[in-house]
Design a protein around this ligand. Structure first.
Ligand SMILES: NC(=O)C1=CN([C@@H]2O[C@H](COP(=O)(O)OP(=O)(O)OC[C@H]3O[C@@H](n4cnc5c(N)ncnc54)[C@H](OP(=O)(O)O)[C@@H]3O)[C@@H](O)[C@H]2O)C=CC1
Ligand SMILES: Cc1cn([C@H]2C[C@H](O)[C@@H](COP(=O)(O)OP(=O)(O)O[C@H]3O[C@@H](C)C(=O)[C@@H](O)[C@H]3O)O2)c(=O)[nH]c1=O
Ligand SMILES: [Mg+2]
Length: 301
């Protein structure tokens, strides 16, 4: 079985590459050099000639603020590329798995968002991802769109690593306390995508459609930051104070949803996947980061 994976230098793509796949799975890991997602024509040829059994596409334009002033690139990577992939995978009759985001929602709902809730992106990144979803949904019936949120890992850029970096030279961090979501480990997303892909390949009748997956437990960015430093402090590390602020106190180019907690019951029903608490996953990532730090202490993070 041959599976194409994109975005391999990113958080989720990297974890997909190091996932312990069954022996009969051959992973084709395509870097940007091998497959530039802004080049629609090359995507089509790559899939048409690749003899793949499935395509997993975690690659994306993920710079939420930068997308506001670079919408064309964001739309090429997040909307057009998935559209071309959907068409190309449908032509060769294979499933396509794409990763999407909690930022497709407007954040005004008081409870967790379910898969059927109306979307209403408030920024360019969310809008481009929503367009990608629609293209996949309409382009290849054998698809899975996995919406996730607040991704972190030891590898790549994310909120956890930003907090640790800022903590190195600041005694006080100010973090927004009025945006709610669910942090999610890239490794758990990778394991979920792998399980879904294997089932979709093995069983033409396997459930398709849109699924939410995040680690369990809603929190604010401020609460997330405090838990990062609580875990670090418990191991004797010096940590900064974290001050709770409002979104208005922390102006950013892109607007972000005030609530983007995802309800994950559907993936439990259809795929028997039940996420663990994010605190548990965070503890693994923090120890991986400390291990890396010990290996190369001079390397800045
Ligand atoms: N990060 C998050 O907090 C969240 C992410 N998501 C979604 O999850 C998925 C995975 O995100 P994550 O792993 O964090 O993303 P990253 O930002 O860590 O990685 C993005 C990947 O996409 C690749 N990429 C970007 N542009 C191109 C291009 N033109 N051609 C080829 N490859 C390209 C990057 O390659 P290169 O290194 O060369 O730039 C990189 O490998 C994405 O679909 C994202 O929208 C959903 C919710 C939250
Ligand atoms: C660095 C920093 C950020 N913040 C705020 C800004 C923002 O509201 C929030 C998170 O900031 P970030 O830039 O890390 O997160 P952001 O880029 O918005 O993260 C999003 O990325 C995309 C790709 C997704 O799909 C989302 O699920 C989500 O993970 O924290 C502070 O309040 N204080 C700080 O010191
Ligand atoms: Mg960001």
């Amino acid at each position: 079985m041959r599976i194409l994976i994109t975005g391999i230098t990113g958080q989720v793509g990297y974890e997909l590459c190091r996932y312990e796949w069954p022996e009969d799975v051959e992973i084709v890991a395509a870097s940007r050099q091998e497959l530039d997602l802004t080049d629609a024509g090359s995507i089509e040829t790559y899939i048409a000639e690749g003899r793949f059994d499935a395509v997993i596409n975690p690659a994306a334009y993920t710079a939420v603020d930068r997308a506001e002033t670079d919408p064309v690139t964001a739309w090429k990577v997040n909307a057009l590329a998935p559209a071309v992939m959907a068409e190309a995978t449908r032509k060769v009759g294979i499933p396509l798995l794409c990763v999407s985001t909690d930022y497709v929602f407007d954040g005004t709902k008081a409870e967790a968002y379910d898969e059927g809730d109306p979307i209403g992106p408030v920024g360019v990144y969310g809008a481009s991802k929503a367009a990608g979803e629609l293209a996949v949904r309409t382009g290849n019936p054998r698809h899975a769109i996995l919406r996730t949120s607040w991704v972190f890992s030891a590898h790549g850029a994310n909120f956890v690593k930003t907090m640790l970096r800022l903590a190195a030279d600041r005694p006080l961090l100010r973090v927004v306390d009025d945006q709610n979501g669910c942090p999610t480990a890239a490794s758990d997303i990778a394991a979920t995508l792998a399980r879904m892909a294997l089932r979709l390949v093995a069983d033409p009748k396997a459930p398709t459609g849109t699924y939410h997956f995040s680690n369990a437990g809603p929190v604010t960015w401020c609460g997330f930051a405090r838990e990062i430093f609580r875990q670090q402090a418990a191991l004797g590390y010096a940590v900064p104070k974290v001050e709770a602020i409002t979104t208005a106190d922390y102006p950013t180019p892109a607007k972000r949803p005030a609530n983007s907690v995802l309800g994950v019951e559907k993936i439990g029903r259809d795929y028997a996947i039940r996420p663990r608490p994010w605190q548990e996953a965070l503890s693994e990532v923090l120890s991986e980061l400390r291990l890396e730090q010990r290996k190369s202490p001079e390397e800045p993070r």
